[in-house]
Design a protein around this ligand. Structure first.
Ligand SMILES: [Zn+2]
Length: 444
């Protein structure tokens, strides 16, 4: 039986269930076509004191349930990427939304304004039914400041549209995945639908010491990462919390440890930092005031994806290059204000936003050394106060600078105790994953 195909439609349902307790009989009853269903039950849970999770493989024949399809149950969400040169109308058309519905939406200026800003590559989630009636839209609005806001458009019962993104409906869960490497090692991660940013963090965690590009059939990868759900569907992922790679019988293991609410780094089982990192921080001694990832905006009470970290520092504070590189861009850029981009290698770039000024001689093409002054903290662009917005991109994918570039601080005595407790819990879950047959575990 093709489990992936069978489970394709109720994917959101699975994720929703996995965030609480799993009731596989209920899941089975919800599946439209029936037969033998083999499933494994895991209770991800983020609680500190958690009972040892149990694993059980259940194989049952399930009776075909009686279906009562009302209007609500035929609605479903689809995620689609905006293609090059494609308008929103055309995309909705491609998803089978009726023309009259699309026209009504596009002609409403409030609703259409952020929609029309969607760029190629952005993901639009669309809720429709089989008749092409439109019920909801969901996407991240790029504000060009290193932040994206989650926008939700929902059609109410009276037919009117409402714009909202209620942070209270967001939920954080831990996703556990096992990938048994089969005949096509090069595409194993993408075929297992591991999010690109998690794949990037995985190779970064081990600085490729684990030889992820040399995986062979019979090797295994086990992952635990955080997923942010909104109304049951994933809207963001990260950080990678724990990973184990088994290649040619040798095992590599790594764990994420949060130093505070805004930053963290990867460590081995003994609590030693897994990577060297940059030799310098871009701002010396400054606190990270806002970390990477999805967060609730304190004033606007909306959900925002922060694509870098912010350092709180007064205007004029020196900013230095964290590693050797070449200036790729230096100039004014909309919301970012004075923005500097440095290329450190073919795969690694860093970005500095809201600078007050650039240091003398800093212009595209110029080589910079680690620790060299490149500019000063400022409040240029769309900001409420002076700070440095700092981004790190690996292979074009924005990653958390605290795990993807900056030096991992040594753990102090108290942190070691917390790390031992957290890594032991994650280690138990990884061990559990190791006992699951790969072809079943692969579908979540
Ligand atoms: Zn920022």
């Amino acid at each position: 039986m093709n489990y992936r195909k069978l489970l394709k439609i109720p994917q959101n349902l699975i994720r929703r269930l996995s965030s609480r307790t799993l009731n596989w009989l209920a899941l089975g009853a919800a599946l439209p076509c029936m037969g033998m269903v083999a499933a494994f039950a895991l209770v991800p849970g983020t609680g500190e004191q958690q009972a040892e999770p149990r694993i059980e493989v259940v194989t049952r024949s399930l009776a075909l349930p009686e279906l009562h399809l009302d209007d609500d149950s035929t609605r479903y969400w689809r995620n689609e990427e905006v293609r090059n040169g494609e308008t929103v109308s055309r995309l909705l058309n491609r998803l089978g939304v009726r023309d009259s519905e699309t026209r009504a939406l596009i002609h409403d200026r409030t609703l259409a304004h952020p929609l029309l800003r969607l760029k190629p590559g952005a993901t639009l989630s669309v809720q429709t039914n089989d008749n092409g009636d439109l019920y909801g839209l969901r996407f991240l609005d790029d504000e060009d400041t290193g932040e994206k806001t989650l926008i939700m458009l929902n059609r109410q019962h009276d037919g009117r549209w409402q714009v909202s993104a209620d942070p209270a409906q967001a939920q954080t869960v831990e996703t556990l995945r096992t990938i048994a490497i089969g005949a096509d090692p090069a595409h194993a991660l993408s075929r297992a639908r591991i999010p690109a940013e998690i794949g990037t963090q995985l190779s970064d965690m081990f600085s490729d010491a684990a030889g992820l590009s040399r995986l062979r059939p019979g090797d295994r990868v086990e992952l635990i990462y955080r997923s942010e759900l909104y109304q049951g569907s994933p809207i963001a992922t990260g950080p990678l919390l724990a990973a184990r790679v088994t290649r040619k019988g040798k095992t590599w293991q790594g764990y994420y440890f949060a130093h505070d609410s805004e930053s963290g780094a990867f460590y081995d089982a003994a609590g030693h930092a897994l990577k060297q990192g940059f030799s310098h921080a871009p701002v010396t001694g400054a606190r990270i005031s806002s970390g990477f990832g999805l967060r609730v905006h304190p004033l606007l009470h909306s959900l925002r994806m922060h694509e870098g970290v912010d350092y709180a520092a007064p205007t004029g504070t020196p900013v230095v290059a964290p590693a050797d590189g070449v200036v790729a861009q230096a100039g004014e850029e909309n919301g970012y204000g004075n923005r500097l981009l440095i290329r450190h290698s073919a795969r690694l770039t860093t970005l500095y936003g809201h600078l007050n000024d650039f240091a003398p001689g800093i212009r595209p093409g110029v080589a910079v050394r680690a620790g060299q002054l490149i500019g000063h903290v400022g409040a240029s662009g769309r900001v409420t106060g002076a700070h440095l917005h700092f981004e790190v991109s690996l292979n074009g994918e924005r990653v958390d600078p605290t795990t993807g570039g900056l030096q991992a601080p040594r753990l102090d005595a108290a942190q070691r105790v917390a790390f031992a407790r957290d890594s032991a819990r994650l280690g138990r879950q990884l061990a559990l994953l190791n006992n699951i047959p790969g072809h079943i575990a692969q579908v979540d």
